[in-house]
Design a protein around this ligand. Structure first.
Ligand SMILES: Nc1nc2c(c(=O)[nH]1)N[C@H]1C(S)=C(S)[C@@H](COP(=O)(O)O)O[C@H]1N2
Ligand SMILES: [Mo]
Length: 298
């Protein structure tokens, strides 16, 4: 007999696992790091992956293409001091320190599903601030339509840069309305602690309704533009990876189905779970794409 999730999970959790917490999660606090998160109405109540799972099964090609390479290699990344160059179509371009963009006092906890385009998923309790709050600090100009992001390039600290697979720096981008959406955050922590290097320290994007590759790590540049920016996976293989990359169980990857996913850590009991439209965030984000052909704009 194959056990289903409902047989290994308390019923209350099962019944609400696809729903959002209405009134807020427990406030967490970590005196060791001084990080604490205010509760968020956007968090899922699904069972969270363990810290061990979240920090030992990663994609971070700057440190190697294997899932355990980042855990082994990312410790070399010097994450302090760290600043982000915010430029392009903003009123106040310049170099912004991470501590000013995401002060500990402003951090919120967001427990989000993360769905990789490779069809595995996790639930991760991030700490972060909305990207909107960061962009407002720089003052977005009225002509701006897109936001582009770049990861650090540090050959001495990133052994994966020698792999010629991706044209470095790793690049990502969002439409401005996606960037300003309240679900979109810049994370500086997880599980109440400072973000581990393999997860994108000191500051990374998290866009929970898009495939994981959109959630770019260790960001050093944010640029507001009126042109759709180039993004790493689209540059590499445009027929397989689009600019939007919204999680969509009805639009398959050319080489595999996107209808289901494997929840990391659930392997012993679980079969695969159904992948949800917009990764379960349709209620919040579907209106951003009304009138768009999502099979074309993959
Ligand atoms: N700079 C950079 N950001 C990146 C990646 C990467 O290789 N380099 N991999 C992406 C992919 S494919 C995924 S699924 C997520 C994984 O995030 P996690 O390791 O914190 O779970 O990071 C994304 N951000
Ligand atoms: Mo991914």
């Amino acid at each position: 007999m194959k056990l289903t999730w409902s047989q290994v999970t308390p019923e209350a959790t099962y019944l609400s696992r696809r729903s959002f917490i209405a009134a807020g999660a427990a406030v967490i606090a970590s005196p060791a790091f001084g990080l604490s998160g205010k509760p968020s109405a956007f968090s899922t109540e699904e069972q969270q992956n363990t810290l061990d799972e979240i920090t030992n099964y990663n994609n971070f090609y700057e440190f190697g293409t294997g899932k355990t390479d980042p855990a082994r290699n990312a410790g070399a990344l010097k994450t302090s001091p760290w600043s982000i160059e915010i430029g392009g179509m903003v009123d106040r371009p310049g170099s912004y320190g991470v501590e000013d963009l995401a002060p500990d006092s402003a951090l919120e906890e967001r427990i989000y599903r993360l769905r990789c385009v490779e069809a595995w998923s996790m639930v991760i309790p991030w700490l972060g601030v909305t990207l909107a709050s960061v962009l407002e600090k720089a003052g977005v100009q009225s002509g701006a339509k897109y936001v582009s992001f770049q990861t650090a390039v540090r050959p001495d600290e990133m052994p994966g840069l020698r792999g010629g697979y991706i044209e470095w720096p790793y690049r990502e981008g969002l439409r401005l309305d996606e960037a300003m959406h309240p679900l979109t955050i810049l994370a500086t922590g997880l599980y109440g602690k400072v973000l581990p290097n393999q997860n994108g320290a000191p500051i990374r994007l998290v866009v929970p309704w898009k495939y994981g590759f959109k959630s770019i790590k260790s960001i050093v540049a944010i640029t507001l533009t009126d042109q759709q920016p180039q993004t790493s996976w689209q540059m590499l293989q445009p027929s397989e990876y689009g600019f939007y990359a919204n999680v969509n169980p009805t639009v398959d990857h050319p080489r595999w189905s996107q209808a289901t996913e494997r929840r990391i850590g659930a392997g012993l009991f679980g079969g695969r779970e159904e992948t949800l439209m917009f990764n379960g965030y349709a209620e919040q984000v579907a209106s951003l794409y009304s009138g768009m052909d999502l099979a074309k704009n993959y």
